[in-house]
Every structure is written in structure tokens, then in C-alpha cells.
Write a protein that binds this ligand. Structure first.
Ligand code: NAD
Length: 263
């Protein structure tokens, strides 16, 4: 029996990176998945990957069910439409993964007010919008699971990440608040705190340096395990947290960082 048989999951920002890997992992475990992203084409690519499982070395998925949806998580109307679409398409919502996120570098002196607001709108308000759209349906169903994607920058300072770090710290606090508020509704809320994960985002960040190869080498050298993490490794952690094996986990933060914050 697959872990998420008959479950319906919404994953925001799943047109790329960690969200895409999570969508594929959930589908492999039998879930129906709504792939939500501001980039509809990217979302459709994830759906087509789910349907054909074209990725190297994996088996085709028989009868996988997935649908793409264009949504900007910062907008209440988009969040409501996303949940309405999910219920209309698959009849219910059991899992919400608030993964959509953006990054910006800078200290409080070098971060513009516009960037500060943009980061908080996507990384924090986006979770607020999608969760408040999904939770009433979960309450009606009598159960639900929510995962928020935070970061190690919520736990330790990383230079030049003032707005991003503050937003991910807020995600950690919001996770605990939501877990406390909805434990009585049988809704578990947890977050993951990934370290440096080799996604298109990190690829773009590296390309912004004068010497991208050197920047990547330095990034890898800072990792105690000697390599960056993979999107699949974070997806596996998220899969654990949404699965029945994690029934006792709520309000927790699972760190997946190759030892970065430990030593
Ligand atoms: P990514 O850029 O590869 O993917 C992010 C996806 O989110 C993109 O498809 C993008 O179009 C979508 N998105 C952006 N803004 C959106 C919005 N307003 N509404 C809906 N979709 C939106 O990034 P990733 O590396 O896979 O990161 C995913 C999450 O993981 C983010 O929350 C990020 O902060 C977090 N994270 C990443 C790392 C890392 O090293 N890659 C580390 C820690 C945490």
C-alpha cells in the first residue's frame, strides 16, 4: 500500500525545485496532486512529469492524477480559487504544502523597502492566504496536514540575508502558531528547514556571481557533508511529515542541511 493512497495534496511553487520534487514524490505514493505556481507552463511541465515520470531511472506512474493551476500565493482570490479548484477537481484536500518562496540578498541597509515587502508577501503572507483558504475544508473533513517550507536561515544567521532570514523566521513561528491553533481540529502543521539545496534557484544565484564556478565551489566548501542537498532529499522529509508515520509530529521543524547548523 502506497503511503498517500486516496490523499489529495496542493503544493505551491511546484513548477520547480523542491516543490516539483515533492509533487513527484507524492504522486509516486498515490496522492492526487494540484501543482500550483505563478509560472503555469512550469506547473504544466511538473504535471507532465508526474504523468509520464520521465525522470531518469523511475517507473511510469499508472493512473497518476495531477492538475496544474496558476496561482499567486500572495493574493487571497488566487488562494481561494486554488482550493476551490482542488475540491472541484479531486473532491477534497488532505495536504497543503506551502512551498512557494523567493529570496533576496542584502542587509537591513542594502535591502530596499520594495524587496522587503515582496519577500514577506510571498514567503509569509502566501502561507497565511493559502492556509486560511484550505483549513476550513480540512476542518469539515475532520483532518488535515500542512507543511511550511522554512529554511536554516530561520535558525542561524547567514550574512546578507536580512529580509529572507526574517521571513523564514516568521514561517517557523507561524508554523507553531498554526499547529497550536488547530491541534483540536486534528490538523498537523510542521515545517522543514532546508540548508543549501541544488535547485534552479541556487543555480541562478550562482550565475549572478562574476565567477559562478568559484561561487559554487565556495558554497559546497561551506557544507559539512561536502555537497549541496538535493530537492529529492527535502521532498523525502516532507513526505515523511505528511505520512501516517509522523502522526505524533506537529509544531515541529525538521532540519535537512547536511550538518550546517549542527557543527
Ligand atoms: P525555485 O525557485 O526552484 O522554485 C520556486 C517556485 O515557486 C518557482 O516555480 C516559482 O515560480 C514559484 N513561485 C514564486 N513565487 C510564487 C508565488 N507568489 N506564487 C506561487 N508560486 C510562486 O526554488 P526552490 O529552491 O525549490 O525553493 C522552494 C522553497 O524552498 C522556497 O520557499 C525557498 O525559500 C525554500 N528553500 C530553498 C532552499 C534552497 O537552497 N534551494 C533552502 C532553504 C529553503
Amino acid at each position: 500500500m502506497r503511503k498517500l493512497e486516496n490523499q489529495v495534496a496542493v503544493i505551491t511553487g511546484s513548477g520547480s525545485g523542491i516543490g516539483q520534487a515533492t509533487a513527484l514524490a507524492f504522486a509516486r505514493e498515490g496522492a492526487s496532486v494540484v501543482v500550483a505556481d505563478t509560472n503555469l507552463q512550469a506547473a504544466q511541465e511538473t504535471v507532465s512529469l508526474i504523468h509520464t515520470q520521465e525522470q531518469q531511472g523511475t517507473e511510469p506512474l499508472e493512473g497518476a492524477r495531477a492538475a496544474a493551476f496558476h496561482a499567486n500565493v500572495t493574493a487571497a482570490t488566487d488562494a481561494s480559487a486554488l482550493i476551490a479548484f482542488t475540491i472541484q477537481t479531486f473532491g477534497r484536500i488532505d495536504i497543503l504544502v506551502n512551498n512557494a518562496g523567493i529570496g533576496v540578498t542584502g542587509t537591513v541597509l542594502t535591502t530596499s523597502e520594495e524587496d522587503w515587502d515582496r519577500i514577506f508577501a510571498v514567503n509569509v503572507k502566501g502561507i497565511f492566504q493559502c492556509s486560511r483558504a484550505a483549513i476550513p475544508q480540512m476542518i469539515e473533513q475532520g483532518a488535515g496536514v500542512i507543511i511550511n517550507v522554512s529554511s536554516i536561515v530561520a535558525l542561524v544567521a547567514v550574512v546578507d540575508r536580512a529580509a529572507y532570514g526574517a521571513s523564514k523566521g516568521a514561517v517557523l513561528a507561524l508554523t507553531k502558531a498554526m499547529a497550536a491553533d488547530h491541534v483540536k481540529d486534528n490538523i498537523r502543521v510542521n515545517c522543514v528547514c532546508p540548508g543549501t539545496i541544488d535547485t534552479p534557484w541556487v543555480g541562478q544565484m550562482v550565475q549572478s556571481y562574476a565567477d559562478p564556478e568559484d561561487a559554487r565551489r565556495k558554497m559546497v566548501a561551506r557544507q559539512p557533508v561536502g555537497r549541496l542537498g538535493t530537492a529529492e532529499e527535502v521532498a523525502a522529509a516532507i513526505l515523511y511529515l505528511v505520512s501516517p508515520e509522523a502522526a505524533f509530529a506537529t509544531g515541529s521543524a525538521l532540519v535537512i542541511d547536511g550538518g550546517f547548523t549542527a557543527f
